[in-house]
Design a protein around this ligand. Sequence first.
Ligand code: HEM
Length: 483
Amino acid sequence: MEVTIDVYMAILVGIVSLLGSLFWWWNDIFYALPLSFRCSASGTKLPPGSMGLPFLGEMLHFLYYFKLVRRPDDYINAKRKKYGDKVGLYRTHLFGKPSIIVCSPSACKFVLQSEENFFLEWPAVEIVGKNSLVAVEGRSHTRVRNLVVKVINQPDALRRIAETVQPRIIAALKLWAHKGRIIAYNEAKKVTFENIGKYFAGIEPGTHLETLDKLFEGMVKGIRSQPINFPGTTYHHALQCRKKALAIFKKEMDKRKNGWDESKAKNDLMDGLMRLKDEEGKQLSEMEVLDNIVSLVVAGYESTSISIMWAVYYIAKYPNVLKRLQEEHKSIAKNGDLITSDDIQKLKYTVKVVEEAIRLANIAQVFFRTARKDADYKGYRIPEGWKLICWARYMHTNPENFEDPLCFNPDRWDGQPKPGTYLVFGGGSRICAGNMLARLQVAIFIHHLVVGYRWELVNPEAKMTYLPHPKPVDLVEINISRI
Ligand code: HEM
């Protein structure tokens, strides 16, 4: 029998489509199919979703919504539309790992509150330090956390920090007005780092602090990079930066240890961590102190600077908010004097403005956990070893949780958010250890800004970028002058 060219062509097309389908479904076949069999034996199933393409997973899809069309919330909306919206779990493959997206309040609560099932796995523990709060677990975590919170997040500490940070905020604002036109993000970073230097380790502005700033920039880049420790890689550079930063903090620590004098205690983070004792009367080791200082700078630097940037942005965009703030702050303005953290508690409207700015800033858009073992939630299986991505951003921008969610409306804080919908600071035992400190710094900043300055956005309609954190593309350029 003679085989015609048409038959060859048909076979070729068949093979190509088979290979194409295999390629297209490879991740589903490799990751999800075997698990589906295992799940059906236990009467559960994998959450709906797609594992995307080999190697890439759904990264292109993610980047399409976050980078290309700049509609980040449609990434989840598209999933809800395609797969339904039963329990707020979707399977996917993102950031190189098979994952479950968690995007309903009750599912996020389930994940954040069950440490026996899910743990926090920092991608770059070598950079932040294995003794740091973010890296330790269980009893060690409770121990270190209690001490850290005492030094930076409780009323006594906040009173002290409020006093420490203001001179730099006042000086920075004067300089902004002197320059006339500034980029709020860049300038907020400068003043935030100056304050961190002071209330973390008593370091004054100057070459030492500038060096530290560069070292932390290197570390943050490393945390976001592939963990390949080879000369020339960003990760390797970050580890070198860590070493140098530790050496600077260690020198300061040794100075304090050698010439310890209670009357000269600086009452900063380093002093607190060096002196405080846990419930068993034990102090933190030298390495625990150093690792925690490093990781707290990483956690608090960018997050506070971005919150300040967004406060400057939203207050400029909403003149009615500015007017109400000015009225409220006139009542406590002490002609350039410092205000106290107790004053801030009385500023009811300001407290709402701060909360709303932080909600819309969505600094931590997602956070991660890893499943220690198979876990079941409402009939769905979360497989051992998979990542969980708590999609906090979607909690804050979903109209079912917050009415008109993208509108800056401080008055929404007259009431409480629906349970489990407000996750800007995370939840469970890992809830942000500096949440009150961050709020305090934004409120103090707002105080000095609204009583002394007028400012306007240079590009009020600037587009937004969303990675790694949401920001207007011009980083909030403003014209600013004294009132
Ligand atoms: C508006 C500013 C801030 C935001 C939005 C923010 C957000 C968060 C979030 C979402 C988490 C939980 C991450 C997770 O569960 O995986 C977290 C944890 C943490 N944050 Fe913040 N943060 C802010 C400011 C700060 C500041 C100023 C500090 C300290 C200087 C700080 C220190 C920490 C620490 C140490 C943790 C880890 C807590 C633990 O594992 O027990 N944060 N933060």
